[in-house]
Write a protein that binds this ligand. Sequence first.
Ligand code: FAD
Length: 319
Amino acid sequence: MAEILVLVEHADGAVKKVTFEMLTKARALGEPSAVFVGAAGQAAELTDKLGEYGAQKVYVAEGEDFVGFQTAPVAAALAKVVADVTPAAVLIASSPAGKEVAARLAVKTGSGLLVDAVDVGDGLVATQNAFGGATVVRSTVTAGTPIICLRPNSTPPEAAPASPQVTPVDVTLTDADKAARVAERVVEAKGGRPELTDAAIVVSGGRGLGSGEKFSIVEELADSLGAAVGASRAATDAGWYPHQNQVGQTGKTVSPQLYVAIGISGAIQHRAGMQTSKTIVVVNKDPDAPIFSLADFGVVGDLHTVVPALTQEIVKRKG
Ligand code: FAD
């Protein structure tokens, strides 16, 4: 069976969930192999974890050059593995950095590239949602090695333990690969809430809140549930909440077990980022708001009354 390469998406050696999602997908398409590019010594700690999700092989390119520069060295290492093993396809996370690596890899290998895929099926047919989810596009790459960027939360990660064989990647970086040096890394200050795209529960607020201060209503409900906080674009554009919390077509895509939409109308661009959530709960004072068509449970009412009461009840029941 031909190898399907999966580029390990990680933050300083901490593997992101999308990697396990891609390995799960790769198992259905061929023989999954992980490619780790990062600082020296990090791969050894995560090989077992990659094996847990079915990686048969782990190709490792380690060293300071792979973290001291922008994405070009990662693409160079990945291109070397592609040249060495001639895989059937390469899966990369559809993150900003992942898409940049993918584009560089496509140029280096003369291959076709599909980004923002939500699925990859038989025949390496990739599915993409266009126009905010109104149109579903199915495409295949016809040139070179198919390179497909998969959106986080597109597929549930499923373990399938394997004992991967580790192979070092010997790649010589050029001056061009080292053209953009990373001058500084700043770790974003984080509260105790989970990461939006990884969270099992997301509570989002929209223009219906009326002001940035009122986002405390959303945060209190989120904290009672151990949830991440999301926001509509109307709320982020108004400066009520940071843009990195925006859910939707031009924000993040989430697919949690539970999504609570508070004071959000359900514009198609917002739905594009949350419509695959397993259970959707809506609080909106307008019974005709389009978001109700997605809702599993809905409350027609004033969020300023309904949401604090809900939070109070959850806190009470948790004792
Ligand atoms: P509104 O549409 O104004 O809805 C507010 C809702 O709150 C209403 O349904 C109202 O009934 C309800 N409400 C008001 N007061 C109360 C109350 N007291 N109690 C209960 N309910 C109340 N949007 C996104 O969210 N994400 C995106 O990524 C995104 N990308 C976009 C990309 C493009 C190219 C474009 C053109 C638009 C994009 N938008 C996006 C914007 C989108 O079209 C909507 O404008 C936006 O989602 C509306 O946000 P909202 O639902 O918070 O506001």
